[in-house]
Design a binder for this molecule. Structure first.
Ligand code: Q9C
Ligand code: ZN
Length: 341
């Protein structure tokens, strides 16, 4: 399985984040994650391909141009206004402050308009890294569009918590959503989200879109980030009603229960009959993950790969979360072994 890589992700490496009032250092979402996965896939014999550069059109088919401009220019403006090297929001947008419609003009206040949490600090190189991850995702998608049965895009930072006009949850741009929308030129697309956290951003982007199905297995949001979305009664709306499927799983869910839920998810994918499947592959479902809630063993990942292969559809795998660094390489290798050797 070809693996698309780009080293620019190293430029996003904040020295700390804030989790529920605690400064966390080193941050969970760090460059060593992708190095561990890339090294393991190379050792397993998967060929590496560089990403190519894409213009902004596919990115802007998902994201608000003002969010893109903020992520590109906001850090420099914050620094020029006296902000420190690590940019974390100070005052958050709330629907009942100013009617939610008055965007702040101070560069020191702007992060709170676009970002929804304190765990996603931006540093000088963050935009370059986030934008490069979009190129990785689109390059992987293009290879599948050209006929490759499966391609793995090593994307970092992750993307599935970012929406059209907001970011957070370690995510800047939603590269899975960008790839999925780009792939709709060739027919219906399913985004199958296997990260332990609900992909609120991807769900939001495609909420009313009948061309893109969003199916997610994740830890119960009553007990896990992002807390506000991912409940089973969220099914989409308008022309997209019924094209969202959430399967929240109890804390501690093991391999057999997870694989049974995946079987149900894949039945729904088959019924939707997509031309292409984009897998948001979080590897934070293991028992060892420091910020997940599920308890998958090493054996689960080959079974997941085999289940994906049994779908028999062109598949773009994109990296999302996964924070137990020693578990990441073996998990990724096992999924690809199942998926196509
Ligand atoms: N107690 C992804 O896996 N909150 N994002 C961390 C830790 C943010 C996870 C709190 C978690 C974001 C892509
Ligand atoms: Zn996650």
């Amino acid at each position: 399985v070809p693996v698309v890589v780009d080293d620019t992700h190293h430029r996003h490496d904040p020295p700390f984040e804030l989790n529920a009032g605690r400064a966390v250092s080193p941050v969970w979402e760090r460059p060593a994650r992708l190095e561990a996965i890339g090294d393991a896939l190379a050792a397993a014999g998967h060929p590496r391909l560089p990403a190519s550069a894409w213009d902004d059109a596919p990115l802007l088919a998902v994201h608000d141009p003002d969010l893109v401009a903020f992520l590109r220019d906001g850090h420099a403006a914050w620094r020029a206004a006296g902000g420190p090297p690590v940019m974390i929001a100070d005052t958050f947008r709330h629907p009942r402050m100013g009617g939610g419609g008055r965007r702040p003009t101070s560069p020191l206040a702007e992060p709170g308009w676009w970002c929804f949490d304190t765990a996603t600090p931006l540093v000088e190189g963050s935009f370059a890294a986030g934008r490069a991850a979009v190129d990785v995702a689109l390059s992987a998608a293009a290879l599948v569009a050209e006929g490759a049965p499966a391609v793995y895009g090593l994307t970092r930072p992750p993307g599935h918590h970012a929406g059209a006009d907001y970011f957070g949850g370690f995510c800047l741009f939603n590269h899975a959503a960008v790839a999925a929308r780009w792939l709709t030129a060739a027919g219906r697309v399913t985004v199958l989200d296997l990260d332990v956290h609900h992909g609120n951003g991807t769900q939001d982007v495609f909420w009313e879109d009948p061309q893109v199905q969003y199916v997610s297995l994740h830890g119960d949001p009553a007990e896990l980030f992002p807390y506000l979305t991912g409940f089973a009664d969220e099914r989409g709306a308008g022309r997209g009603r019924g094209t969202t499927l959430n399967l929240p799983l109890p804390t501690g869910t093991d391999d057999d229960a997870y694989l049974e839920a995946l079987r149900l998810a894949l039945e729904a994918v088959d019924a939707f009959d997509p031309a292409t499947v984009v897998v948001s592959l979080g590897l934070d479902t293991t028992a060892e993950d420091p910020i997940g809630s599920l308890s998958l063993s090493a054996d689960a990942f080959a079974r997941i790969g085999a289940a994906l292969a049994a779908l028999g559809r062109p598949t773009v795998v994109l990296q999302e979360g996964g924070y137990a660094i020693d578990r990441l390489g073996p998990s990724a290798v096992a999924v690809l072994a199942g998926l196509g050797g």
